[in-house]
Design a protein around this ligand. Structure first.
Ligand code: AMP
Ligand code: ZN
Length: 491
């Protein structure tokens, strides 16, 4: 049936049809760099890493943009507290974020733009909104007139009354209407600022993501992701800004939002102070255990992060790892991949492999249902363990070959999800070893070319024979045709 994706906009699963055939453009709201990230933030980046990996497995070329919000009130406050400049704070936590992503084995996005490097694009959009009459300046700030955008509330499903209520709480004397939101803020003395038609100031958060996503992916890109807390007002505001500025819609084809990581039924958040940092977790658990925790729950369902959550994920992960290690040990010396004859048990197992692979893909195609996909992986582990326990591996010549096939499938499925990946160092080592073992010496290659030349001569293909001789001559190889055969040497 193909991939279906739950779209927050339509509140249902839709067949996935990207804007450009064979390509997927995705934008995920990146971190505001003023603190170390916690397991809640990490869930968002792991979820979209898994989405991206699966899309790549499906054959799409994925362009993944994830920004850094490197100018914000929180960064300025942090800088004041720590006696640093906002730029120093942003750079410190940007680096820490990248380290945390690497430690979790999250693939780097294709492009990681910084808000502070995209300010001319933001000013251009704000100017466009003002000239269209959808935004107004007020004492150096600029606000978006929410009431003018009739589609406002379409993503979050909020009614104008609810929106008014939110606006009243945040009311500021500079707004014409409590619902309006800031596009540009005049900077206070000593704060970072950029010149603009409205005086020195800085962008507000929402305009940053409109500018960076439109700049790198263009209108109507495929997937926009983030945690569920970003649906309102952040993503609602991004839609208003982008659709009014371009005069086109939709801004985004599929809106995807991950569920929260909660602690004692409360969202883990920096402001509540109930956070567990990735840098602390990663000293005690391998990255695959954190990934496993995320994979075991569907991405839209919340995760209750109890004291045993990671230990439970570790036990689950070890079941897979032990199966692979056990099989690797048993099969270390198997070279043949073709089974002579297969027993009925082996044939049944091979059928199971095909079925498992199909069910895995079916689960992932169903709105990236990793919980079900992991369930299939566990069934495969169970089947393989039983096969080993029954000592079937030793009972027929086909046993090890079938077991090897099962192990390859297990690794393949795990790696689609980013589990059990060989470490980068290991890959490099293997590549170097492979080169050493496989690159033939120049002598062998020259002999091979001369063999082709002899064959060409025997068929009267003089042009080919002469081409080989002259090219080898250019490379410093002299050929002598003697009665006893061809002889060559380096000149
Ligand atoms: P922030 O740096 O707070 O803007 O968050 C970065 C990303 O993490 C956003 O996509 C948030 O929606 C997401 N996020 C923040 N807290 C949680 C949480 N407790 N559970 C899941 N996702 C979260
Ligand atoms: Zn954003």
């Amino acid at each position: 049936m193909g991939l279906v994706v739950y779209n927050t906009m339509s509140r249902r699963k839709e067949p996935f049809q990207p804007r450009d055939e064979g390509k997927v453009s995705m934008y995920v709201c990146g971190p505001t760099v003023y603190n170390y990230i916690h397991i809640g933030n990490a869930r968002a980046y792991l979820v979209f890493d898994i989405v991206r990996r699966y899309l790549a497995f499906k054959g799409y070329e994925v362009e993944y943009v994830q920004n850094f919000t490197d100018i914000d009130d929180k960064i300025i406050n942090r800088a004041d507290q720590e006696g640093k400049t906002p730029a120093e704070v942003a750079s410190l936590y940007e680096e820490a974020f990248l380290e945390d992503m690497e430690s979790l084995n999250i693939r780097p996005p294709t492009i990681m733009p910084r808000a502070t490097e995209t300010i001319p694009d933001m000013i251009e959009i704000i100017e466009g909104l003002v000239s269209k009459g959808y935004a107004y300046a007020s004492e150096g700030d600029v606000y978006f007139s929410v009431a003018k955008f009739k589609d406002y509330g379409k993503l979050s499903g909020r009614s104008p009354d609810e929106l008014n209520e939110v606006g009243r709480v945040e009311a500021s004397g500079l707004k014409r209407n409590p619902m309006d939101f800031a596009l540009w803020k005049a900077s206070k003395p000593g704060e970072p600022s950029w010149d603009s038609p409205w005086g020195p100031g800085r962008p507000a958060w929402h305009i940053e993501c409109s500018a960076m996503s439109l700049k790198y992916l263009g209108m109507g890109f495929d997937i926009h992701g983030g945690g569920q807390d970003l649906i309102f007002p952040h993503h609602e505001n991004e839609i208003a800004q982008s659709e009014v500025f371009t005069g086109e819609r939709p801004f985004v084809r599929y809106w995807m939002h991950n569920g929260f990581v909660n602690i004692m039924e409360e969202k883990m958040s920096k402001s509540l102070g109930n956070i567990i940092l990735i840098r602390d977790i990663i000293t005690r658990y391998p990255p695959d255990v954190v990934r496993m925790l995320v994979l075991q729950t569907h991405y839209r369902t919340s995760i209750d992060f109890g004291p045993d959550a990671l230990d439970e994920s570790q036990r689950a992960y070890e079941r897979i790892e032990n199966c692979v290690f056990g099989l690797e040990g048993l099969l270390a010396n198997i070279t043949s991949k073709v089974a002579p004859v297969r027993t009925e048990r082996e044939i049944a197992l091979i059928d199971f492999f095909f079925d498992a692979e199909r069910r895995f893909e079916e689960a992932m195609d169903d709105d990236f249902n990793t919980a079900r996909a992991i369930g299939v992986i566990f069934e495969l582990v169970k089947e393989l363990n039983t096969f080993v326990d029954e000592q079937q591996i030793l009972q027929s010549p086909g046993g090890p070959i079938v077991a090897n096939q099962g192990m390859d499938l297990l690794l393949k499925l795990c790696r689609i999800l980013g589990l059990l990946e060989p470490a980068a160092a290991e890959c490099e080592e293997t590549a170097a070893e492979w080169e050493e073992d496989h690159i033939p010496s120049p002598d062998v290659l020259i002999d091979l070319l001369l063999e082709v030349r002899t064959l060409a001569r025997s068929k009267g293909e003089w042009q080919t024979a002469d081409l080989i001789r002259s090219r080898l001559h250019d490379l410093g190889v002299r050929i002598d045709d003697l009665r006893e055969g061809v002889r060559w040497k380096f000149t």
